[in-house]
Design a binder for this molecule. Structure first.
Ligand SMILES: [Fe+2]
Length: 420
């Protein structure tokens, strides 16, 4: 049973001091054996003393050492099923331990996927009991794939220095190889690959927090660690002919919020400026689809924000509909700003996840909410490793906010100039 109520996460800022305050509040309630069904009122009256105790207790101290693979190389071969398919279910910002996140976990479980992947942020600060309740303790709601499960960290895991992420969560993550041997995810990044496709989970969380207090003023750029870049250069052969699907916590582009272009610029040094990739991320608590996007010195990417895994989705405000200028400049094609229900007086939107189905050189991505599909997209990769969008369909019955034709989402060349 979920131990938290979605009301706890309403209006949750990514400002970490509030994160600490909220965890402190939750811990206080559990210790006091009070039934943990929190309301938004708990978070309007911030316990300054409690926040300070928790912040100083868990935020200060050294960040956990960045880890590399030691017993294997972190490149996992995916094995198709009898139908020649591989299915991967992915959620981001899922770790809230609410009825909503449990529901999404059950839906992902019902997909009977080969792999499941979490794109980070276990709330509120990735503390041991939060990792336990979401991923480890008996009956935890995180779904495991038939052949494995993985996670990359977001910023929230590092609000407690990443200790629980590295020491408690990673040892629970694994892939089963072709002889049934379990290989543990030993680092905060991984590669899942087939003959035609490569799914790369990359850690942008490690450098998304900085020094305590100072980080509240200057936001770090979420760059990729040199250890990870070395692994990409020397272990993963990124210059071969596989199609690339990138997974990170932080967004490359956004029409709603700030952007984190640095990882794309670091990757450009390895794979060049021509190779287009599909890129799924979270961090922003919404579902949003973008057309082709590329910054100076960065790689070209088709981005999908799937940060609607478990947090309440902010809808109904000015922030949930970006200005036209930002829509065009940063490539928004589609977003889901429907109201699912009112929690107290606050409208919240739909939670959801994505499934990737690989069949040879073909890839289908389905974006889903709690009850239906939102968008389907189909891709292929050719012998040179060049991806091509074949089709994109939006579920027109739902009334999603569509700012451009669906084909912009897969970058049909003749349409790209019109988007700009
Ligand atoms: Fe985040």
């Amino acid at each position: 049973m979920p131990k938290r109520d979605i009301r706890e996460y309403k209006n949750l800022s990514r400002w970490q001091s509030q994160s600490h305050s909220r965890t402190q509040s939750s811990i206080r309630k559990r210790k006091g054996k009070v039934k943990v069904i929190n309301s938004i009122g708990d978070f309007l009256n911030i316990n300054i003393f409690g926040w300070m105790v928790h912040y100083f207790k868990s935020r200060f101290g050294p960040k956990h050492k960045f880890q590399n693979y030691t017993s294997h190389n972190g490149v996992f071969q995916m094995i198709p099923d009898d139908r020649g398919e591989i299915k991967i279910s992915i959620a981001a910002d899922w770790g809230t331990n609410t009825e909503e996140s449990t529901n999404i976990g059950q839906l992902m479980n019902a997909e009977h996927s080969d792999y499941t992947i979490h794109l980070g942020d276990t709330y509120f600060v990735g503390a041991p009991q939060e990792i336990d309740s979401n991923f480890i303790s008996p009956g935890n709601p995180w779904p495991r794939g038939k052949s494995g499960t993985f996670t990359i960290p977001g910023n929230h895991e590092f609000y407690s220095n990443g200790n629980s992420y590295f020491d408690k969560l990673l040892p629970e993550m694994y892939a089963v190889d072709n002889v049934g041997k379990k290989l543990t995810q030993e680092a905060s990044y991984f590669c899942l690959e087939t003959e035609h496709w490569r799914v790369l989970g990359l850690d942008t969380g490690y450098n998304s927090v900085g020094r305590p207090i100072i980080e509240l003023i200057f936001s770090p750029n979420a760059h990729l660690e040199e250890t990870l870049l070395t692994w990409l250069r020397e272990v993963v052969n990124l210059k071969d002919n596989k199609g690339l699907i990138l997974l990170t916590h932080h967004q490359y582009t956004s029409s709603f919020d700030s952007r984190f272009p640095k990882p794309a610029q670091q990757l450009e040094k390895i794979i060049g400026s021509e190779k287009e990739v599909i890129w799924l991320w979270g961090h922003e608590h919404r579902f949003a689809v973008y057309g082709k996007y590329q910054v100076d010195g960065g790689i070209p990417a088709f981005g999908r924000c799937i940060g609607h895994g478990g947090m309440p989705i902010e809808v109904g405000s000015r922030k949930s509909i970006p200005r036209k200028k930002k829509i065009k400049r940063f490539g928004l094609v589609l977003t889901d700003n429907r109201v699912r229900e009112f929690v107290d007086d606050t409208p919240v939107g739909h939670n959801g996840y994505a499934t990737l189905t690989i069949r040879g050189n073909a890839l289908t991505i389905e974006h889903k909410d709690e009850s239906t599909w939102l968008m389907r997209e189909e891709w292929t990769v050719d012998l040179n490793g060049t991806i091509a969008g074949k089709d994109a369909v939006v579920n027109s019955c739902l009334g999603l906010l569509q700012t451009a034709p669906a084909k912009f989402a897969i970058g049909l060349p003749e349409e790209e100039s019109k988007l700009k």
